[in-house]
Design a protein around this ligand. Sequence first.
Ligand code: MRU
Length: 331
Amino acid sequence: MKVKTSEGVGDYRTLWWGDGKLMMIDQPKIPHEFKIHECKTYRDCAEAISTMIVRGAPAIGAAACYGMALAAEAKEDLEKAAEVIGSSRPTAYDLFHALEYFKENFSGGNAVDVAETYANDSAERCRMIGVHGAELIKDGMNVLTHCNAGALATVDWGTALAPFRIAKEKGVKFHVWVDETRPRCQGSRLTAWELLQEVIDHTVIADNTAGSLMRQGKIDLVIVGADRIAGNGDVANKIGTYTKAVLAKENKIPFYVAAPSSTFHNELESGAQIPIEERNPSEVSGMWGFNKSGKFGRIQIAPAESKCLNLAFDVTPAKYVTGYITEEGVD
Ligand code: MRU
């Protein structure tokens, strides 16, 4: 992805191997600061996944594979490393897919190559999602997306946002409604930032706005990403996705899920079996950001005494999904 920094425009991936370390864009600071975070050990990598310095299913998968490469290069116990990395976040299937990939392909001495190949293949899958998904976007459309399923959530290109990038390249004129996506605000922080970089027309809306826009005929299409898709097509994605899917069906608006094959957990019978991450309630009771003096910190919103529930994902039953955009096509 192209990133405008104070030093000019740079070409970045979300994460990459550099100088014997795993480098990644530090996502909690975006859009206010563009910093690179370094992981020197597999434990650093697990920590970066659980604290969401790197997040989004395909990016988590690639980070896990690079984490295993760090462990192998340091001659660590690989079973232990896989256990620690595998416990960093529970929902995104890509994480487990990547650990399995590393186990199958590592033959001693090729750890970094295995991780590089995984990351390159993952980026290419996302580019193909863009090629296929762009066919759905027509001139004059208003498209809604939830959370961030862009380049930042993958090695590059994104899943839900990849079709936007390709459609823009093809000269299609469209507008994107960006769900803010509380509590971590991946929409208002990360998707809005990415769309600005790509010069794609967009408007950020509060999470509870989309239903009203749908009723007014102001949303023509919904495209979201996925963290895990069960064998029956049920989709786990960022909390709030289910609400949008039900509203889309009620308003006869096509609702598409964009995801690479690494997100499909076909052995799972249904979405009911997908583990849903519950994160720290402090993410709901407060918000993070930069204050006027440029200091990054948290402010308390809810009464400190109130209980808060922080479910990171929900499951959208397959009956609400119009189609799946994968590297193979739209089905
Ligand atoms: O908690 P996050 O930010 O990791 O959640 C991300 C999402 O829910 C994305 O929609 C999903 O991972 C698809 S990313 C291409």
